[in-house]
Every structure is written in C-alpha cells, then in structure tokens.
Ligand binder design. Sequence first.
Ligand SMILES: [Fe+2]
Length: 513
Amino acid sequence: MRDDDLRLADLLAALSVTTDLGMGQEPEKAVRGCLVATGLARAMDLPEAEVRDVFWTTLLQHVGCTAPAHETSYLFGDDLTVAVQAERTDSASLRETLALLATVGRGTGVDRPRHLARMTAAGKDGSRGIARAVCEVGDLMAERLALGAGVRLGLRHSMERWDGKGDAYRLAGDDIALPARVSVVATQAVIFDRLGGPDAAVEMARRRAGGWFDPAVADRFARVGAGVLGRLAAADVWAEVLEAEPRPVRRIPRERLDDVARAFADMVDLLTPFTLGHSAGVAQLAGEAAGLLGVPDGDADLLRRAALLHDLGRVAVSGSVWERPGPLTATQWEQVRLHPHHTERILSRSTALEPLARVAGMHHERQDGSGYHHGASGAQLPTLARLLAAADAYQAMTQDRPYRPALAPDAAARELEAATRAGRHDPECARAVLQTAGQRPSRSRSPWPAGLSDREVEVPRLVAHGLSNRQIADTLVISPRTAEHHVQHLYTKIGASTRAAAAMFAMEHGLLR
Ligand SMILES: [Fe+2]
C-alpha cells in the first residue's frame, strides 16, 4: 500500500449518489442500503468474503440505472417517475402493479395514450430488455471497477425473484447469487423505512418472503431489521459506510482513479444515444488543451478527471427531457440548470473527488455571466473551468442533439469562435481547445477489441445508436442476414444482449467515431 492509495469505498459511496439520483431517490439511499445489507449479512453469519460481495453489490445495486433510460423514456414518458414506482413494485401484487401502470405517461399530457400504446405493444419483451440492460451494465461496471466475480454476478442477478418470476433471466431460489438476494431485501427495506418507518420495512419483508425474497434472508431481516434501521436513523452514514467495509479494505493506486472516473463517465453518457462518448471526448480535449497552455501536470490531471465526471448530475433529469426535440418547459429548463449543481454535490461527498467538484460544477458557466448554475463570470472562473467549458461546448456541437444534427468540426469551430467573440468563452482557452481538436490523431487501427474484424467493428456503434438489423444492413451495404449475424456475433463476444451493453462496449473501446 502506498501513501497516496485511495479508499475505493470513499469513491464509490460518493458515486453511488449518481445512481440514487438516476433512480429518483434521495442521495444516500444506496449508502443506507449498503449498511443495512452488510448488517444483515453479518447477522446471517456469512463468511467475510461473502459479506464483502454483499457490501459492494448493494452499494452499486443501481449502477446500471442509466442503461434503459432511452427505452423507458420512449415507452413510459418520464423514466424517473416510473423508476421510483417500479423499483418498489412487487410484480406478483396486482395492487402494486396497477399503481405502477398508473405512472406510465404521467405528466406527458396529450402524449399519455401514445405511451400506454407503446408499452402495451412492447409487452413482456420490452420489460425483459429493460431488466437485462440494467443487469448487463451493472455487470460491466463491476468488471471495469475490478470488484470481482461475486459482485459481477450479484449485479447480474439484481432483477431476479426467489419465485423465478423476475423479468431478466427467470432464475429462481438458490440459483440466484446470494449477494443479490441479500441486497434486494436491504434496498427495499430502506425505501419502506423512509415511507413508513422500520415497522413498515419489516412488514414488507415478511409479506414478500418466498415470493420476491429468499425466505431465509427475509426472515433474518424481520428479526434484526428494525434494530439495524433504528441505529442508522441518527447515524452519519458516510462515516459508517467506511467503517462497515469488510477488512482488508479495498484500495486503488491514485492512477486508477482515471479508470473509475471513465467507467462512471460512460455510465452517465448512456442516458441518451446522443451523449454516448461525450464525457470521454471532453476529457481528451480539455486535457490536451491544458497541455498546450502549459498547465502543470497535476492540474491537467484534475481537469481531465473533472471533465470525465462533469455530467454526473445529468442523471437527476429525466432522459425524456434530454431527448426532447422541441424547446423545454420552464420546469424542465430549471431541472437542466441544476445538473452541474448535482455533479458538484456528488463529487463533494468523497475525499478523493472533492478537489474536482468546483471545476466540474462550473462546466456551463460563461465568461459573461450568462451560464449556469452559479451565473459566475470573468475572474470568478478559474482557467481549468474555462478550458472545461470550451471543451464541453465544442464536443457537444460535434454530436447529434435531439434539436439539431451534429456540426462538422469546422462548423463547430466557427460556432465556438463566434461564442468567444460574443464574450462567452475565454479566447485563449477556446483557441487551445480548437487547436487540440484540429490535431486529434486518428484512432490506431487493428487489432480491434474482442477479436472483431474491420467490418464488425462498425456494428457496436450502430447498435449503440439504436439501429435495427435492417438499418445496419442498409448502412453497411450488407444483407440483413449478414447484419443479424454480425450483431449476434457481437453480443456473444461481449456476453450481453442489449443496446446498452453494446453502447458501453463501444464507449470503453473508443469505437464511436
Ligand atoms: Fe452538462
């Protein structure tokens, strides 16, 4: 262990707030769930290695939350409204299922019948695809965070039910990884504790025993749960979660912070097909532009990491808002303006990430004070924030957005120059970003990841953007049969079956351009 090694729990507890916000929950639900699950695992006398898997599985239980946002927005309208209700719905309960259905299309006004029709048409396949996307991305995130096979499986099985009626893979009983069986009871307990106190949580666990929940886990929770929840009510959960981590605690070298940040960057960009690869692209531009300006290495590292994590707060806003082709309503615009604030608050929770918080939270500020969320201007904006703002603006212009197509690099450069002349960007920082963008090296060619051929490597990008096999065939000028074969081949190689998993793969390996 080196002096500058980082506690992984310090990082991931903070980043778990991203997943809380992405599920429409209060920003310490995952940490509370993790503490309840760890207490429950210990009360079950599980071996310490298993307690460890329970700890990480529960802390990251919703790390796949952005995976289906595009599909759920299309089907249900506001994905966050539905997520809050769906998470606590026991699908074996007619009453709870009806309550969930009542949220579909809520708040979409005249579009509500359209969402109900889409949901009906999608049927079971639709819900299976959504559940699998969550599980596959959870598994991929655990792999990228090097949390081990037990946590990967725990997250893969996070949507299963003891009675075998889960949406994702229909596993039942002991075939479901134990960390998943403990994690779901604890996570649900935290929700019901908030809604009705510890008694409501215990009653819920008893009711679901043998249906949704492993009866042995539910029974143990019924005995110890009220005490565990009661102790947490007045606790500093952020300190407790570091205390509760099974020993020896996980540490990572400081250099690996980039891998952790990159994994969360990709996870957040999964929120819409428009933003795939955005954060990684901004980080590359900003980091290289900082080098051109002679920014010291330590500051350039900070900027690159802040750039990777700058849009974490996006998850607090519904995917349906980010994908809206027309102008936003006043309420939606207010939500959008708050996303850098959420980023700042998430990063502030971690000792290791706190130094990035201020810069990351300033990525939409403008030199003339016209930006958000602080409305800061001029000298209030440090150089790193100016670089990040210019890199973010340029990169976003080179991607499709729902209200306009992507701009070619030279057109995006002219736009950034015009905004700079109008006083919104720092001229020196904008110039450095444009110089960097103009010199971007083309990606080195083969060997492609997962043994993909030159032809197949186009496929993850197209799948990630939601193209059907037929559209892929047209784009690549191949037969539909060949396209289908390529897509199946891709899924086999990456051990997945969903657009979201293909998108994660494409982002991780830089296959989007
Ligand atoms: Fe942003």
